[in-house]
Design a protein around this ligand. Structure first.
Ligand SMILES: [Mn+2]
Length: 451
């Protein structure tokens, strides 16, 4: 029976600790807490909400976010859910000493909801390996609890940013067929593409990191056959993947995995709008302006109108060329809202804009009904949907690059084909990453809707 050990160890008539009661949290998220416990010896009690109790580990040394430091964590008796709020003095008996909250917040497993996360933790407890994401004040990001063989002793540590490979020297993909022509007319080779991504890594990686990647592979260049691949079956140890609904997505976490992807013929990079750990919460809303038969002048007008409408309600927005024929507009959300909310917001704005400029914009998905108008596509704001990342090359003539713009530049005369693998670096030198704010502070949609 649950909590019997908890009860047996203490005299709850004299101890101020919570009574042995199984109770689920009211929050939709699972709670975690780390209590600093000045008992006979100081330790930190790590507790994860699970099935109405707190699974608990005593960690003798202060937990840390340094991935190279692995803390011993001893599995102890389950504690009642209410224990997560407990602070105070245990006057005598078991655990005598002062308890205070060192860190608290929520946790999940791979961005799954509470129910699914609990199942995964139950499995992990049996297997002896639990990977979970903490949203605390001190501890944030992916952590592991790994059981040492046949004991109650576990190791608690932060997941390494770089890779799980013990030797970073072994990292680095074997690059192949560097002379293969990828852009026949321009005579741009696969080697040129790899060099581009190596050079742009510093700028593009923040837009790819922790995001599952939909691979579109062009193994024979832009004029050859291409195919979409989501499930990455074979990869070296140092390439990180994100398993989501039985699909093992590639994640481009560093320069090596960026080159690994490019070497597979991924000319274009299409990341999720959300990151692992917060998969259901996109970092931005996307408006994809797709002209098809409409002129680029009209695309510019529609983009400016979206910008004006958003400006009016004090919502920041950022524009980039898609690298193909259109423009992308992003509104930062700071992973605060669900995809559903993001999409409804995008729909609302798209409808307002379409009403303002009905002669040049449309919300018609069907090509034949667009009649030379610019399609404001707000349907990309779903989990699993992807758009070409900023600084992604496109598999089109002249090797264009999806390029962030200043709003002043979004005006008549803008030539989206001017931004290519070759020209992008002058801009980066001059302006830096104009899309960096998209990953920072998110818009306040409640306030926006009021405005
Ligand atoms: Mn303790």
């Amino acid at each position: 029976m649950k909590l019997l050990k908890y009860k047996a160890k203490r005299n709850l008539k004299v101890s101020p600790e919570p009574k042995a009661e199984i109770k689920r949290g009211k929050s939709k998220k699972l709670a975690f807490v780390i209590q600093e416990h000045h008992a006979r010896s100081l330790h930190y009690d790590l507790r994860l909400e699970l099935g109405g109790v707190l699974k608990s580990w005593a960690v003798p040394k202060k937990p840390t976010s340094n991935p190279s430091v692995r803390r011993l964590a001893i599995l102890v008796e389950d504690h009642p859910y209410k224990y997560k709020d407990f602070e105070g003095v245990i006057p005598s008996g078991y655990g005598k000493g002062t308890v205070s909250i060192w860190d608290e917040g929520f946790y999940n497993v791979d961005g799954a909801d509470a129910k699914e996360s609990e199942k995964l933790v139950q499995d992990g407890l049996k297997k002896g390996s639990i990977r979970f994401t903490l949203e605390g004040k001190k501890l944030k990001g992916a952590f592991y609890l790994v059981r040492l063989k046949d004991t109650k002793n576990w190791l608690f540590f932060k997941k390494s940013e770089k890779s799980s490979s013990p030797s970073t020297k072994e990292k680095g993909p074997k690059l192949t067929n560097l002379d293969k022509i990828y852009w026949p007319k321009e005579k741009i080779t696969k080697g040129d593409l790899l060099l581009y991504y190596e050079k742009v890594a510093k700028w593009i990686l923040p837009h790819l990191k922790d995001r599952p990647e939909s691979m579109r592979r062009f193994p024979d260049g832009i004029t050859g056959a291409s195919f979409f691949q989501k499930n990455l079956l074979q990869h070296p140890d140092w390439v990180e993947t994100a398993p989501i609904n039985q699909v093992n997505y590639l994640m481009i976490q560093n320069e090596e995995s960026l080159l690994f992807a490019a070497n597979l013929g991924c000319i274009e990079l299409h990341p999720f709008l959300s990151r692992v750990g917060k998969l259901k919460y996109p970092d931005y809303v996307i408006f994809d302006l797709d002209p098809k038969s409409a002129s680029f002048e009209k695309v510019i007008e529609v983009a400016k109108t979206i910008h004006d409408v958003l400006d009016e309600i004090k919502v920041p927005s950022y524009c980039k060329t898609s690298g193909a024929t259109g423009l992308h507009i992003a509104v930062p959300l700071g992973a605060k809202y669900t995809y559903d909310t993001a999409k409804r917001f995008a729909e609302l704005i798209a409808k307002i804009v379409q009403k303002k400029i009905p002669q040049i914009s449309t919300l018609e998905r069907s090509l034949s009904k667009r009649k030379g108008k610019v399609y404001i596509d707000y349907h990309q704001n779903n989990m699993g949907q992807t758009i070409a990342a900023a600084y992604s090359v496109r598999a089109r003539p002249k090797a264009p690059v999806s390029t962030p713009l200043k709003w002043e530049e979004v005006k008549k005369g803008l030539d989206p084909t001017a931004f290519t693998m070759k020209t992008i670096f002058q801009r980066l030198k001059k302006f830096g990453d104009l899309f960096a704010p998209v990953l920072k502070k998110g818009a306040n949609l409640e306030l926006a809707l009021k405005n």
